[in-house]
Each structure stands twice: as structure tokens, then as C-alpha cells.
Write a protein that binds this ligand. Sequence first.
Ligand code: URP
Ligand code: ZN
Ligand code: ZN
Length: 470
Amino acid sequence: MSEVLIKSGRIVTAVDDYVADILIRDGQIESIARQISSDTAEVHNAAGLLVMPGGIDVHTHMEFDLGAAQTCDTYETGTRSAAFGGTTTIVDFALQKKGETPKHALDRRLALAEPQACVDFSFHIILTDITPETLTELPDLINNDGISSFKMFMAYPGVLMVSDADIFRSMRKVGTHGGMVTVHAENGEVIQVLIEEALAQGNTSPKFHALTRPRIMEAEATHRAIRLAELAEVPVYMVHLSAKEALDSVVEARDRGIPAFAETCPHYLFLTIEEYDRPGFEAAKYVMTPPLREHECQHALWRGLRFDDLQIVSTDHCPFCFNENPYGIQRSKQLGRDNFEQIPNGAPGVEFRIPLLFEGGVNAGRLTLNRFVQLTSTAPAKMFGLFPRKGTIAVGSDADIVLFDPLKSHILSASTHHSNVDYTLYEGHSVTGKVEKVFLRGALIVDGDRWLGSPGMGQFQKRSASGRVM
Ligand code: URP
Ligand code: ZN
Ligand code: ZN
């Protein structure tokens, strides 16, 4: 039997804010009271620190294989980086290859992640081959395998995109059995026309990645996805929402009582389209999809977070190295030096979500502390079937706990982060608020700069229904 006692911290959940002690036994929260004593427990003094539920990042891409390029964080390095950033659970992706069944994709991914994961994890399955057999497997995946969310792409024709008909078929099946559909919403076919036109005119630089993916094509697809979901009677969750006009579609649907939800990501909150004016190939670091948007979108997104038009902040951590070493040119952003379409789409961020949102949200007066916890932990847990095991500090919950110093300043940098990737979008950015200690089911895995966890500690989490309890 293991006992851990966290003393005198300020416990902040999505609804509470009080000073108390927490006793952890065998990985779960045993009791919370004003004063707890124990002769046997390992004691941690949390006076002056915030004690918050471990972060849950429901959008990461570790070892994501796109054929030409693969993300450079393994499950080990990516989850260790997550832990240093105060995240104790990730929901990553199992990508169904053409000709493969979704269950096989899940088994493949589990075998890869299980020995490596340093924090708890689950997967959304990306459906790319929607055959009768695929549809037949979905109920069992939801009810027995604990996979209650499925992502489909309206973008990337010929690679990941699926037709509206197939999206609708999957939605109906998933909805009937307690799951949720998540959608990458951009009009892939129209964007392809714009890309081909740009390249034909000799416009090959990274900036054209942004110019060929206009906001209204995100809005159009968002509207379409929500209407399809409405007809199919399934909750729908828009991933990496970036455009003001797409948010308008989500708000309109929610006002009509449709279970439509959305996340945004730190890069859309902190950076703008102006990053693509950086000289040379530097702008390739910012090539992710959807691209960075104008200032007015940032304002709309912050407002959306504040008023619950947006429910979650996740990272879409999709790290491709900028330089060709140490992973080889085939795997880095350099692949697109002469053609923006070849730049692997994605950017890193799993380690900085919590400090950035604390800085830009809480310190800047845009979010309350409770809302901050809700956006980074409680809402992800509820949305994706992990609550109340995860996402809060309560008797019986897993003791995934972050001790956070709200007054400590530090500089974000690739020279000190723990990801394999060789850059950060936030190099030199100063933030106040630092993760001090991280507990995963009661085990101290991060203590300041020290790593105390180990690969394989992270456990696969079977999830219950998604998109039903908020
Ligand atoms: O650019 C991005 N977002 N890459 C990751 C894949 C995706 O669409 O989420
Ligand atoms: Zn996507
Ligand atoms: Zn993604």
C-alpha cells in the first residue's frame, strides 16, 4: 500500500477553490480535509501552490506516420514532454490505413504506445476506409474497447479525406451506440483548386499554405459537418477550430440545441497569420492546418473560451523537425522547401499548453482559475468519457495532480523543453506560472526539472460515452 499526503495546497477544480490536505492511497484520492496527518505517507508541502487536476490533452499526434513524414516524438518522448507541461492524460490517434479495419489500427497503436507511455493515454480512431466491415466494428469499439470518439477528415483529398456520404454513414452508426464524431473541417476539394492555382503561378513559399486555406472554407465545412451530425443524431466535436466564421457556425448550432462542440489550440490564441511573413523558410515552422488566422479571429476565440462557445483547449501537438537532422530530411519541414504543399502539416505544443493558457488566460484576466481548469482538464474528461476518474480532484478519482507555482516566471524554449522536436513556436516567450510537481495516479513523475517517471507507467484508458455529459 502506498500513501502520499499533499499538505496545505490551494485546491482548484472547475468549481472549487479552497485550502486543504489530500491523502492519496494506492493511486487514488482517499480523503480531502482541512488537516490530515499520517506517519506513513510521503509528504509534499504545497503551501503557496495551486493544486489542480492533471491536464488532459485530447489532441496529440505521437509517432504519426503520414508516409512521406512522421512526427518526431515517440510515445515515450511525447508523453514525457506532456508530463513536464502538467498533462497526465493524452488522447492520441489510431489511423486506419486503407484496407485495414479500425480494430486492427487500434491494436497496432496500442502495441506501440503501451510499453512507452509515461502518462495515461487513449485514442480516437481516424476512419479513412468506411466499408460495411468498418461500420460493423464501431459498436464493439465503443462498448467494449473503450474508444468512444472517431475522427474524420473533410480535407486532404486522396490522402485522408472521406466523402460526405461516408461521414454520414459513420455518424449514424457512432451516434446510435454512444460515441461522438470529431471532424477536421475544411473544404478539401476547393482548397486543392487554390493550391494548384498558387503553384501554377510559381507561388511556392510557406505563406501560400495560409493563403490557400481561407477561413470561409473552414466555416463552410464546419457548417456542413454540423448539419450532417444533426441529421445523423450524433454529437459532433470540431477539432482545431481557428476561424471566427467557423465558430459562428458552432454557436448558431448550439443556440438551436444541437450537441455541437469545439476545441481551439494555443497557436490560434497566441499567434497570427503575420508569422508567415518571416524571412526565408522560417515560416514553415508555422505550417499547420488550419493555418494561423488574423487578429480578429483571436479575439473571437478568447471570447468563445470565456463564454463556453468553445469547450476545450488542446494542442494538436504534431511535431515535425524543422532541420533535417537528426531524423533525416524525409521527415522534416525541409521536405517542402520548394513547394509549400510538401511541408508536413503540424506544429509542436504539448508541453506549453498549461503555462501558455495560464499566462494568456488567467494572468491576462480573460479566464477565471476555475474556467482554466475546466478548459484544460475537466471538460476534456467529461467530453471524452474519462470523468470522474480523471479531470477533477475528488475522493475516489485518480490522483493525477499538478502542483503549480502561479508566481514563478520562466522562458519557453526548445533548448529546455523535453520534446524531440528542434523548435518551438514560442521561443523566448516569458510566462508566469510554472508546473512544479506532477503526480500520475499518486506517483511523483516530475519534480522541478527532475524526471522521475518511466516508460510504460502510462496506462491505456477505456473511455465511456463521449459527447453526452458536459
Ligand atoms: O496541421 C495539422 N493539424 N496536422 C495534424 C493533423 C491534423 O489535421 O490534425
Ligand atoms: Zn485535423
Ligand atoms: Zn491534429
